[in-house]
Design a protein around this ligand. Structure first.
Ligand SMILES: [Zn+2]
Length: 154
């Protein structure tokens, strides 16, 4: 196989690779490059074509701008999702608390009304009992008076 010599596109050190190889790593700057051939390297004229070999910088994915953009986008999306989740759960919690407070207030109001009702009923009963007692007392007075009259008349 013919050895092809090229300059490293990054640091301009000499690069050597065999015809047909798809990638090469620069021994000087440690960068990797994809090897692109103008024609398929199985072509019989491949050795002639090899002169037109192009080296394409094959950036490490982690160092690439694409990765940076992807990572920043990912982080931004995650952060937005977290914020949305936090806001939504805060709203839900507030709604639940409001609902519980309203329920509690309604129960308190209901209890207060029942208490008022019970107090009123008790008062009515007391009034009724008092009225009954007054009637009884007047009847007793009347009976006492009648008894006096009877004694006096004898
Ligand atoms: Zn290099």
């Amino acid at each position: 196989m013919k050895i092809i010599e090229k300059k490293c596109p990054n640091c301009h050190a000499n690069l050597e690779f065999k015809v047909g190889e798809r990638d090469v790593k620069c021994a000087s700057c440690r960068r990797s490059f994809a090897i692109e051939y103008d024609r398929d390297f199985t072509d019989p004229e491949v050795e002639l074509m090899a002169r037109d070999v192009q080296l394409q910088i094959m950036e490490d994915f982690k160092n690439s701008r694409k990765f940076a953009k992807f990572f920043i986008s990912f982080v931004a999306i995650v952060m937005v999702a977290i914020i949305i989740f936090a806001v939504v759960s805060a709203i839900q919690q507030k709604q639940e608390m409001d609902q519980r407070r309203q329920e509690s207030e309604a129960k308190q109001e209901e209890y207060r009304k029942k208490q008022e009702q019970a107090e009123q009923e008790f008062k009515d009963q007391m009034d009724a009992a008092e009225g009954q007692f007054k009637i009884d007392q007047s009847e007793i007075d009347k009976m006492i008076e009648e008894a006096h009259n009877q004694i006096e008349s004898k």
